[in-house]
Write a protein that binds this ligand. Sequence first.
Ligand code: B12
Ligand code: SF4
Ligand code: SF4
Length: 378
Amino acid sequence: MIDLETLRAEARRVGFELAGVAPVEPAGGGWFAPHAARLRAWLDAGHDADMSYIAERAAERVVPGQLLPGVQSAIVLWLPHRTPDVPRPDGAVGRVAAYAWGRDYHNLARKGLRKLRKALLALHPGLGTYLSVDTGPVLERAFGARAAVGWIGKSTMLIHPRLGTFGSLAVLFVDVALPAAPATHPDRCGTCTACIDACPTDAIGPWGVDANRCISYWTIEHRGVIPRAMRRQLGEWVFGCDICQDVCPWNRDAPRASPERWQPVAARAWPDLVAWIATPSADLEALIEGSPLRRAGPQGLRRNAIIAAANGRHTVALPAIEGVLRADPDPVLRATAAWAAQALGSPDARALAAADPHPLVRAETAPDARIARDPRLG
Ligand code: B12
Ligand code: SF4
Ligand code: SF4
């Protein structure tokens, strides 16, 4: 049987900074029951917004034996992803969450998991495994907490006392009982409420994060037009949001991840809004190859860039936004451009939107679509 020290050494060899083990009951009872109940409550409250993929595979999330019959342990792995900050260039740029400044962690984590599985199979021939990164039907933070990789903070982020919150998780289920963490990590949030206070949309509540209010959800997961009530709240974020992590005291002195490994680039950390807006969706695809930005897709990224340009009052982006409104084939982008062009004072935007063949775009001329000037934006 592999011991924890050997497992940790193997995990480090294949690129993970931390590894821990949680015991798993195939039926999902025991320590896991409160987590399953929280997932159910979160779904019942509608906090999943339109991420229907979570509810569709909720049964597997709460009964791990459905993913791997006879599962006995979950190996939880941590990949630190926040490199040193990339300097902000001058001009009209948007903000991107740290995990997407460079290479895609999903690829690195999957490669690492496969190597780890190979090493374990050499020790345990016939071992049954199931591996999951992010979109798999596994409650990763619950297993991370039980494996004592960290504690779940009020922001719902899993926090490691040395590494903070800026880490991605990956999980490997196995059907043998590995030596599990004897106890969970103590909660070290104490009386702090910095994440709750700083969240600009009040998305963090007692049930966890309500995706309907979270900037990360709207900029990454949501397809289609973003509701007007949310657009101003996105500020300059064009992919994800790091506010609840940036204010967390456990990140203050956390070491940064290797830039050689992650290869962060300014064009992804601080995207040029005009370039993103003006690049046809088909061409933007090539620019985001091998990056987590692919999750939002070219339509989502260009939509978000148009909103960020309006929020930042970047009039330099107006010609590109009007170009989208006049000629882009995508009605979602034209509708967003109609709103943004009006916000930036375009004299033609309203008439162009009114003459558009698509109802989504024409809706942006309704009286409540007129944009009140936000005093904070000058
Ligand atoms: C859906 C999802 C989202 C949604 C919903 C977020 C949410 N909090 O649920 C949206 C799109 C908003 C989102 C945003 C982000 N996400 Co996300 N997301 C996921 C995903 C795919 C599923 C999460 C889920 O099941 N949510 C449902 C709720 C019910 O689960 P939960 O929030 O994890 O809550 C659990 C605990 O909080 C626990 N709990 C909370 N309090 C208590 C108290 C007690 C007593 C107990 C027993 C349990 C408990 O109960 C729940 C069940 O375990 C996971 C990957 C995965 N497969 O797990 C990544 C994941 C959670 N996301 C991640 C990241 C990095 C982010 C962002 C930081 C990205 C960004 N920079 O924009 C933001 C952070 C927002 C935030 N504060 O959570 C990482 C988190 C890593 C970490 N260190 O914690 C994960 C693990 C992906 C990964 N593989 O690395 N995400
Ligand atoms: S990611 Fe941003 S919007 Fe979402 S909970 Fe954190 S601070 Fe709030
Ligand atoms: S900001 Fe404070 S309350 Fe929020 S997760 Fe970090 S330590 Fe916990």
